[in-house]
Ligand binder design. Structure first.
Ligand SMILES: [Zn+2]
Length: 358
């Protein structure tokens, strides 16, 4: 074998380990395994997410060499090629993200939040869940959480919160509650004082310093106010609620459009075959509305919910072929996600009409 061939083989083997950067975004870099393909709007979606989240956390929006690097890899051999444990779809280490699922904004939260330093698993994961967004989740469980949050705060660094029943959604709910009631700046001040080795006493002191309230009183307040709040409600929905708005015309919203992975606003493929287009709808008059969805594939779906937090109505999910549905819509902005599939060019129509015309 010639020296050049040996070198080429060594490089090929190294490339098989981890791919080179294939997509240069404004605020992220993505390296994709051969054969995997992002939908046309995915880079813009992730760029915008990283920019909005950085601003929310008071961090400089990363550009140039500061941009987080994300590896999107095949499922086969994923664990062998990454530092991620078994059974996860992604993980972040030192600001670098590894995943076999894209876009995966949960892991981008970990990479963006990396400069804040590591805390207990409860707070690391709580932040990622509270800001991870809705992505392609459409049938999320919106039942009450109800489990006590306090035992989760006692889990030491290194604990797999995902192995604890309800660990992620409850951590997300509590972190979202603290941010909602005391503001992100106070939350970040508290987090600053909760290191990896913090115990419950340290958390209590950090909360007293940042929120002027004890851990016990905040847990009690949370149990009353928010422990019945599910992820789609408490999530910050940074992208979902900043998406382009559909306009009302003649007292109704009527939209008809093709949905395909190569459209500039199509985000995917998520778990493999899902295309999502993000939009918003503003309700000026709360009340009952008739929502209709027309589509030419079972992949065509719609998910509509208020951008309000806990206490807002659960997500309305419709599939093509479902009958027209009457739902109560709260005042204000709503996130509307339109679904299709990667391997089909479909078209979809929707109509939102007040149930009673004045
Ligand atoms: Zn996580």
């Amino acid at each position: 074998m010639t020296r050049r061939l040996v070198l080429a083989c060594a490089l090929a083997c190294a490339c098989r380990e981890l791919p080179q950067v294939t997509h240069e975004g404004q605020h992220i870099r993505v390296a994709v395994d051969p054969g995997l393909e992002l939908c046309a709007g995915s880079m813009a979606h992730m760029d915008e997410f990283v920019a909005r989240l950085s601003a929310e956390l008071g961090l400089e929006v990363p550009t140039g060499d500061e941009r987080p690097l994300a590896y999107w890899l095949e499922r086969d051999g994923f664990v062998a090629r990454t530092p991620c444990p078994e059974r996860v779809v992604g993980c972040a280490r030192d600001g670098v993200l590894f995943t076999n699922y894209m876009p995966y904004n949960h892991e981008f939260v970990h990479t963006v939040a990396h400069p804040l330093g590591r805390s207990l698993p409860f707070f690391n994961e709580g932040l990622a869940v509270a800001y991870g967004g809705l992505g392609a989740e459409i049938d999320a469980n919106e039942t009450a959480l109800l489990g006590p949050v306090e035992p989760l705060l006692r889990l030491p660094d290194g604990t797999d919160l995902g192995a604890v029943d309800g660990g992620y959604p409850r951590a997300g709910a509590f972190v979202a509650f603290l941010i909602e009631t005391h503001g992100i700046d106070a939350y970040l001040r508290a987090l600053d004082d909760i290191g990896r080795g913090a115990d419950v006493g340290d958390i209590d002191r950090a909360f007293l310093g940042a929120f002027d309230a004890s851990l016990a009183s905040l847990v009690a307040e949370f149990d009353i106010a928010s422990n019945r709040c599910a992820h789609p409600a408490y999530d910050a929905k940074l992208i979902e609620c900043a998406a382009p708005e559909l306009a009302w015309s003649d007292g109704r919203i009527a939209e008809h459009r093709p949905i395909a992975c190569d459209q500039p606003d199509a985000v995917g493929p998520y778990g493999g075959n899902v295309v999502v287009v993000f939009r918003t709808v503003t309700i000026a008059e709360p009340g009952d509305y008739i929502v209709e969805l027309f589509g030419d594939s079972t992949a065509n779906k719609l998910a509509l919910r208020s951008c309000g937090r806990c206490g807002s109505e659960p997500t309305l999910a419709l599939r093509a072929g479902d009958p027209a549905t009457t739902v109560w819509l709260d005042l204000g902005r709503h996130t509307l996600r339109l679904f299709g599939s990667v391997d089909q060019r479909t078209s979809l129509g929707l109509r939102i009409t007040p149930a009673t015309t004045p």
